[in-house]
Design a protein around this ligand. Sequence first.
Ligand code: KG4
Ligand code: ZN
Length: 341
Amino acid sequence: MLVLGLETSCDETGVALYDSERGLLADALFSQIDLHRVYGGVVPELASRDHVKRMLPLIRQVLDEAGATREQIEAIAYTSGPGLVGALLVGAACSQALAFAWGIPAVGVHHMEGHLLAPMLEETPPAFPFVALLVSGGHTQLVRVDGIGRYQLLGESLDDAAGEAFDKTAKLMGLRYPGGPEIARLAEQGTPGRFTFPRPMTDRPGLDFSFSGLKTFTLNTWQQCRDAGDASEQTRADIARAFQEAVVDTLTIKCKRALKQTGLNSLVIAGGVSANSALRQSLESMLAGLKGKVFYARPRFCTDNGAMIAYAGCQRLLAGQHEGPEIKVQARWPMEQLPAI
Ligand code: KG4
Ligand code: ZN
């Protein structure tokens, strides 16, 4: 089955063509980062308007790249939540209009299920069951995954998501949006051990996270250094390193606990923060100790993209699921509400 996937939940327009027999045929992305950067974060109205502009040219581009015609497309998968409502509505309306015009089914995909299944597009995909750490700009969740739609939430962030903590901390330190890649880059120049930040909620049982205190701790440290006349680039790098280490260590401790609790030794990491190489290394060495394995997508499929939506939608379409003709999106949508296939 040849599926066109459309992603418009936030500030990236992603389009891809996935075939259940031949795999991923083409994918294209337009990132709105330059559009939002001057505001220090995503402006929802600007995001929606830009998705409208980019969608059809990107669809033409993937068809050209795949050497396919629109008559060959058998179904459309689009992100129907969670995300920015206006942005989601662009993808949903476009998908439903094309599906109606072309006489093919359309299926709404849960954005986080898309992220979760993105490692399935790689050469060595994970096998069920596994524990998944979902770390994006809007979510930080530990989930036991027994199959598609068979999700048990083990723990989640009580305040800021991991990516949000990276973005807000970066902003407080005068770095550009999005902050995750900026902090990661700066942290590489940081001096190990100059600062040590707390590992929030690791000293008590459970699998929930809290990152907002760490953000404040980082800001206080940066302000103290500046007040003492040290606002050097090296100090900023040292602080970025300490912040990243604290986040990575906290996530690693909780993943280890989740694996122990479930008795599993297979871990999937997905979402924008799973592109972070310090996080990948830390989890890989933890899993090596457990004789297990970490699975993740190539960096461009860790952040938002159309390929993960085309793949996840294809699995649900093959199981016989699709929507009626209505244009319906959900800003909030717990993943555990998804039906199993
Ligand atoms: O999954 P994603 O593209 O969008 C959401 O669904 O939210 O995740 C975006 C988040 C941003 O917060 C961004 O700063 C973070 O992922 N991110 C990173 C890295 N690359 C992206 N965080 C840490 N290290 C990175 N290399
Ligand atoms: Zn995402």
